[in-house]
Design a protein around this ligand. Structure first.
Ligand code: SF4
Length: 361
């Protein structure tokens, strides 16, 4: 029910939650011309406009009607920190005062945005700062999209380079916010949105077999990464409790299904933890697991958090680990961590209160 010229009431409808067809219907219901919906949509999505007053090709009266009936729950940059390696971590505030984080990672050949998909996370990976926060809520598709737009703006303004890649590796488990994640990808890839190629996007999951199959059924064109970190159920259960309901066998089956449907190779992320998963036997188990599906391994450097005792394995141990994988024909990259000095690295994103409490205890 739209308010039209009715006395101003609480504006609860975020205009960006409407599809083009719904917006058109709403305009007609308000006595406006339906074709204006396309113009408004261009402002909202192509031009990332978050203020009705800036929609300059709409009449003043239509802008007033929109203001009276809708809101735009835009994400705002609350704070940004720049690392010595030029990584920028931003804290974003949401319309309901919740806070999330996103990161711009500049490199010679790419500009990558790392975005969050949830406020907090319901999974409790033991090495991850976000895992020690509660999940407060899912992000809407436009809140995910807004992070990309704001980080793209930082890339242009600070480094004079457009965004080239997007990774869903910030706070939250994207596959537990499936429909909003998918809608945000649609917006990012749509010619009516940012028009980026799907292959520039990587969605990273802790491993939810049923949802990996769903990605296959939906024949997604973006890349899928699995945070593996152990190719042994006992060890994986210990650090990633989600593995208890999604065993390695179940994940392997889901990944095979995904690959059969999409022909898209998988990326396995693996942190080599000191004295936990850094032995030859661990590398052997990983190499064996990699035989399930076309894939590559990214070995990620770990950045300790106050809440957990894990530390990164020594450099030579990581080299030996990578060398063994390569000897088994597994494509293996060793990734240096970025933004460590500002807690922007993988596993470090969290609203700091709890982390601070732990370090002060
Ligand atoms: S690693 Fe990902 S899935 Fe696991 S707790 Fe952290 S944010 Fe959640």
């Amino acid at each position: 029910m739209y308010l039209c010229n009715v006395e101003k009431a609480v504006k609860t409808v975020d205009i960006r939650s409407l599809s083009l067809a719904q917006l058109k219907d709403a305009l007609v219901e308000m006595g406006e011309q339906g074709f204006r919906a396309k113009q408004i949509y261009e402002w909202l999505w192509q031009k990332s406009c978050t203020d009705f007053d800036e929609m300059s090709n709409l009449s003043k009266s239509l802008r007033e009607t929109l203001k009276a009936n809708f809101t735009i729950n835009a994400v705002k940059v609350k704070q940004s920190q720049i690392s010595s390696d030029k990584t920028i971590k931003s804290t974003f505030s949401l319309y309901d005062n919740n806070v999330i984080e996103g990161v711009l990672i500049p490199a010679d050949d790419r500009m990558t945005a790392c975005v969050s998909s949830q406020v907090g996370c319901s999974l409790t990976c033991k090495f991850c700062a976000t895992g020690y926060m509660d999940r407060k809520r899912n992000l809407n598709a436009d809140e995910i999209y807004d992070q990309v737009v704001l980080i793209a703006k930082q890339a242009e303004e600070k480094y004079g380079h457009p965004l080239t890649n997007i990774v869903y590796m910030g706070m939250g488990e994207p596959l537990l916010n499936y429909s909003n994640m998918m809608k945000s990808v649609d917006r990012i890839t749509s010619p009516d949105g940012l028009n980026m190629a799907a292959k520039r996007i990587t969605v990273s999951t802790a491993g939810i077999a049923k949802m990996i199959k769903k990605l296959g059924d939906d024949e997604v064109r973006f890349n899928l990464a699995l945070s593996l970190h152990a190719a042994n159920d006992d060890k994986r259960n210990e650090i990633m409790p989600i593995n208890e309901q999604n065993s390695l066998a179940a994940l392997a089956e889901a990944l095979k299904y995904f690959y059969a449907k999409t022909k898209s190779p998988i990326t396995f992320e693996y942190i080599v933890f000191h004295n936990f998963n850094d032995e030859l036997q661990d590398a052997k188990e990983l190499a064996k697991f990699c035989k399930n599906v076309p894939c590559k391994v990214n070995i990620i450097e770990y950045n300790p958090i106050a809440l957990a005792d894990f530390v990164n394995a020594e450099a030579d141990k990581i080299d030996q680990f990578a060398t063994y994988l390569r000897s088994q024909g597994v494509i293996t990259n060793v990734r240096r961590s970025r933004g460590k000095d500002i807690d922007a690295a993988c596993g470090q994103l969290a609203i700091k209160d709890k982390d601070k409490e732990a370090s002060e205890a």
